[in-house]
Write a protein that binds this ligand. Structure first.
Ligand code: ZN
Length: 278
């Protein structure tokens, strides 16, 4: 009898765990955006209600592995789209770590240097794994599931590597999210000239550096939520107090990965909220 109870309990816990895994997906009609806690760097996973996935950058090291494992059910081992904003280590190296562990349907990147050894290594891995890669241009656009679309707003060629960042917007129904990579003021000015509007969420450019997030840009974007992906006590002193002051004047909530760890935002046409846990 006792053994029967133990087996019953184990079965019950396994069943609870199995069904909890489904709750990692956002409800139909919603999108989940996870800003992973990867220290000083960016790694952002977007999952739609119809289970399409886009990973923007991989962070600086292996820390993405545990993050992505807890963000997706254990059986979900592929990503539909992987987008590298630019070739700096704090965005690229985690993507190399994912190789062989997750299958990517398609990889997208912008301007990269042929001399960068990590880019060479990554491209060789992708070739070996027969993963399609595509060099993206401004105004490119692709659908992410049935009700979300990704538009590339900037894919500049610049001497300043940060400004080469692929800047993208995600549009899901009436919600709009802006991902700046590490692009700075020069790119912000171009986007303003092109008629930039307001967004529900802004992934703040360049970890809150003074090179980005000028006041006139923030006054136009006016995000309900501003997310800063940044490492604790980083050597660059990001985010800079001046940028925080500007954000306090123009944004609703300011959320930081160095303070909150991984930040999960769930949004649909009715609401947008921060979810505790994965
Ligand atoms: Zn960076």
């Amino acid at each position: 009898m006792k053994r029967f109870l133990v087996f019953g309990l184990i079965f019950f816990l396994a069943a609870v765990n199995f069904f909890n895994q489904f709750s990692l997906y956002p409800p139909l009609g919603s999108v989940k955006i996870s800003f992973f806690s990867v220290g000083q760097g960016d790694a952002i996973l977007i999952v739609t209600g119809d289970k399409k996935t886009l990973l923007i950058d991989g962070g600086p090291d292996k820390s993405i592995l545990s993050e992505i494992n807890s963000a997706l059910p254990w059986w979900h081992r592929h990503l539909d789209f992987v987008l590298l904003t630019h070739e700096h280590d704090d965005h690229l190296l985690g993507l190399i770590e994912l190789g062989g562990r997750y299958h990517f349907t398609q990889v997208m990147y912008g301007t990269v240097s042929e001399e960068n050894n990590f880019i060479k290594e990554w491209f060789a891995d992708l070739k070996k794994d027969k993963i399609k890669k595509y060099q993206i241009k401004a105004l490119d656009s692709f659908s992410l599931g049935k009700y979300c679309r990704v538009n590339i707003l900037s894919a500049a060629v610049s001497r300043e590597v940060n400004d080469q960042s692929l800047v993208s917007e995600l549009v899901c129904g009436e919600r709009k999210f802006l991902f700046m990579g590490d692009a700075g003021e020069a790119i912000e000015n171009i986007l303003i000239d092109e008629g930039l509007g307001a967004y529900d969420l802004l992934k703040v450019g360049h970890h809150g550096s003074l090179t980005a997030s000028q006041e006139k840009f923030l006054k136009i974007v006016r995000p309900t939520i501003a997310v800063i992906s940044v490492g604790k006590n980083n050597k660059f002193f990001h985010p800079r107090p001046e940028v925080l002051t500007r954000l306090q004047k123009t944004a609703g909530d300011i959320l930081r990965t160095d303070e909150l760890g991984t930040i999960n935002i769930i949004a649909n046409n009715k609401e947008i909220y921060l979810r505790r846990g994965p």
